[in-house]
Ligand binder design. Structure first.
Ligand code: S3P
Length: 178
């Protein structure tokens, strides 16, 4: 019951905002995708190519279990982590979950200029803004069902971090964990 998890679509700012929040809380910060790639010794794009999406999702669940069992931290998750029920249950039962929500158009603008997109985010449903819209239609109910709180991720990283700290500070989790 100790972690602060950030969930949301690629481009919502989980990694940049997570690093700010962790520094303010004096906690370690983990980007689950980075941990997964380090453990695997290859990029997410290469894992998708060699093992398919199922192989990647198995690794994603294993990474989440590992981080969930570790020291209290701020943890940025991959955009599709909420697709598996086991992940949703682990997130909700081992920490406070914040959804960084933003409109598809803004997410696509950020994704398309992000230099890490090629290695980190293989196309899952044709690519482009249409993919963002199609996947958000499926995922938004799952982000909503998993999150304890939602913040507006269309603002600057510093503003979003401030909003996350505000909801964290009035959550039961912050009073029961260091
Ligand atoms: C994915 C998002 C990526 C990464 C993988 C799958 C998704 O994470 O986990 O490429 O299904 O949306 P980010 O949200 O950190 O880009």
């Amino acid at each position: 019951m100790t972690h602060l998890y950030l969930i949301g679509y690629r481009g919502s700012g989980k990694s940049s905002v997570g690093a700010i929040v962790a520094a303010r809380l004096g906690r370690p910060f983990f980007d689950a995708d980075t941990v997964l790639e380090t453990d695997a010794g290859e990029t997410i794009r290469d894992i998708f190519a060699s093992e398919g999406e199922v192989g990647f999702r198995d690794r994603e669940s294993a990474t989440l279990r590992k981080l969930g069992a570790g020291q209290p931290a701020v943890i940025a998750t991959g955009g599709g982590v909420i697709l598996r029920a086991e992940n949703r249950e682990l997130l909700r039962s081992s920490g406070f979950v914040v959804w960084l929500a933003a409109p598809a158009e803004l997410l696509w603008d950020r994704i398309s200029i992000d230099p890490t997109t090629a290695a980190r985010r293989p196309n899952l449903a044709g690519g482009g803004q249409d993919e963002v819209k199609a996947l958000l239609a499926v995922r938004e109910p799952l982000y909503a069902a998993t999150a304890h709180a939602t913040v507006d991720a269309s603002r600057s990283p510093e503003q979003v971090a401030g909003d996350i700290l505000a909801v964290w500070n009035c959550s039961p989790w912050c009073r029961t964990s260091s």
